[in-house]
Design a protein around this ligand. Sequence first.
Ligand code: HEM
Length: 492
Amino acid sequence: PSFGSQLKDGLSKLGLPEEVLGFVFNFSGGPNNLKIPEARGSISAITNEPFFIPLYELFLTYGGIFRLTFGPKSFLIVSDPSIAKHILKDNPKSYSKGILAEILDFVMGKGLIPADGEIWRVRRRAIVPALHQKFVAAMFGLFGEATDRLCKKLDAAAADGEDVEMESLFSRLTLDIIGKAVFNYDFDSLSVDTGIVEAVYTVLREAEDRSVAPIPFWEIPIWKDISPKLKKVNTALKLINDTLDDLIAICKKIVDDEELQFHEEYMNEQDPSILHFLLASGDDVSSKQLRDDLMTLLIAGHETSAALLTWTFYLLSQDPSVMAKLQNEVDLVLGDRIPTVEDMKKLKYTTRVINESLRLYPQPPVLIRRSLEEDVLGKYPIKRGEDIFISVWNLHRSPNHWEDADKFNPERWPLDGPNPNETNQNFSYLPFGGGPRKCIGDMFASFENIVAVTMLVRRFDFQLALGAPPVSILFIFFVSMCEKFTSKLATK
Ligand code: HEM
């Protein structure tokens, strides 16, 4: 905090009323006088691209924090690493999830991503231990089997010379993995289209629509009862909830009958899922809360990894020299084996490729917060109730921090250097967030993606399909999808 704000705090603690302080500090040119730069011009002028892309130009013009107003709504856009660190790590208690929690309420309720305050604290403490080392190591079999199923599907396409749209396949791969990992359910979406898979996608697409809707159409009284689309969403939600209730009931029964003693690294070999761990731990939780948490984990772990994989293969298809280097490492380290946890340390270049893909296409590209009390961001005082977007996209492409920021260059991270993260990059790079609300699935996701990338590149070459539509970027609240990446495959 600046000297002015410290002085103001000190005087306030001595009992001087807020109005008097406000007056004095306004008058004396204290912190209240500093005004956050306001971005002029309208963002709505740019229609066909996700809103976080024009925010980059505004960042170059207005700097690391500015205000963007549309109609009655106003947002603070943060692209400065030290302000991001302040909000996420140094003073996280003063911020909530704000709009994110409001929009996702229909699907995640009070699950770990939207939850705040005491509920968040209690649930985080219950869930984090479930992702212990032994659990993550046990997931390698699952990552390998699911990717192998995808390879078989791609074999057929490569043999027929058929172009494939990769995003939907990656989305299915990661859905199959996360369903097994979280509640031991086999969606098998790579092979079949069941009602439940369709229901999951209906709900996800609804979250996407709501995140970009100019008005909350789902709250309009009569509309919400007669809209066929909302009816479909509610039916899908009911199917998912019923399925989750069934899975919880089945798992409860197994836990009741099992002899295993619960301990820190507890894991049931037949069912290592997070749900099994939570029930065995005696986690005292309402069935609605448990469902919210499972649903949150399903969504958090699904679209993020799917987007990461699609962007990674898109980037690789654009850069044959990186692809060749990657394939070389994979052949040397793995040969034909299914990767294991021990291989992870050796796959250094593969890790750098993923680091770099997450830099250029962070998931989510913006982190959303709302101030719960007054605070000072950089040199600017802010009020309670400000909606804030921390633009990870801007941080990751800032010319102040990165050389050739837009270039896909895994070599920017030395192979013998540390694995880049928010701490060693001082919040200029935060692929998994930072502070107490950092991603709980970072290890899981990194390994899942390394396994998938290695198994695919050792088998196939990927090239942008001739005559395919250009890829486009689609923002769906917490991920930016690489749409329409159609690849031509050749078996290596
Ligand atoms: C939170 C990224 C995979 C579960 C986050 C956050 C980021 C992130 C940036 C912070 C959000 C914020 O501060 O507002 C990613 C990426 C992934 C990934 C890039 C994959 C490539 C996963 C997986 C799981 C998961 C596989 C579950 C197994 C969560 C949860 C939170 C979270 C529960 C909320 C934590 C809290 O608020 O306490 N993730 N994630 N994520 N992630 Fe991930």
